[in-house]
Design a protein around this ligand. Sequence first.
Ligand SMILES: NC(=O)c1ccc[n+]([C@@H]2O[C@H](COP(=O)([O-])OP(=O)(O)OC[C@H]3O[C@@H](n4cnc5c(N)ncnc54)[C@H](O)[C@@H]3O)[C@@H](O)[C@H]2O)c1
Length: 256
Amino acid sequence: MTQTLAGKTGLVVGIANEHSIAWGCAKAFQTEGAELAVTYLNAKAEPHVRPLAQQLRASVILPLDVRDDAQMEAVFNAVKAKWGKLDFLLHAIAFAPKEDLHGRVADCSRQGFLTAMDITCYSFIRMAHFAEPLMTAGGCLLTMSNYGGEQVVEHYNIMGPVKSALEGSVKYLAAEMGKSHIRVNVLSPGPILTRASGGLANFEELLREVQRKSPLHEAPLSVDDVGAMAAFLVSDGARHITGNITFIDCGTHVMG
Ligand SMILES: NC(=O)c1ccc[n+]([C@@H]2O[C@H](COP(=O)([O-])OP(=O)(O)OC[C@H]3O[C@@H](n4cnc5c(N)ncnc54)[C@H](O)[C@@H]3O)[C@@H](O)[C@H]2O)c1
């Protein structure tokens, strides 16, 4: 069978371990024939991420804390040096300080808000800026959001407004970059137990509630389910899809 991403190159940002949504996506990209560049957060994360990146036969493996401008430039310079182009990029990261994430939006500190916006939202805008000149033949920028960016989800707290800003940024980037055939999309998965989601208060309860409410009443989603959709969205099969929010949540978003 033809591999849908054969000959394509992609940058994957967001693998922490084998539970990460970015790992599910990266596996699907590689299975479909893409050559990958993979980043890890810092020296502490490297021993967990490097073996996974090697499993993917990633051509570029570099550190990236998105708050560090020099590291961000170094990653895109390495991609340019290796391939001279980039076909797609996955941004699957989020962060808010615990005390702000667990409190009410009304009580969020200025620093907590700015940190959450910087890491979760602005980093995607910055990556789009650096990816654009490498996407000379068009491309796809893909990020991860959550239904909590659309409607109020209990315990999602400050990450809700931050994801709303991310989704808004995607729409504006899609409008700006369409003429260069660069597509910009959001995947919005239902709850999956990962390191980041485990940091939300009452996450297990949310998982049970979503399963009870969802039209499909499916067992919890896996990162591989998200990966399959991500691989489609970055492929040429999705060439008419941009500015889109794709829910992969067993239909929960249509329920009141
Ligand atoms: N797990 C879920 O239920 C769920 C549902 C919907 C959306 N999402 C979104 O999916 C994305 C991936 O999260 P996940 O659930 O796979 O968790 P995860 O913990 O596996 O991944 C989060 C990643 O963010 C990275 N990160 C944090 N701060 C960073 C920084 N300063 N610079 C660079 N990277 C940084 C971490 O290193 C990690 O790789 C997030 O955007 C999250 O909001 C998750």
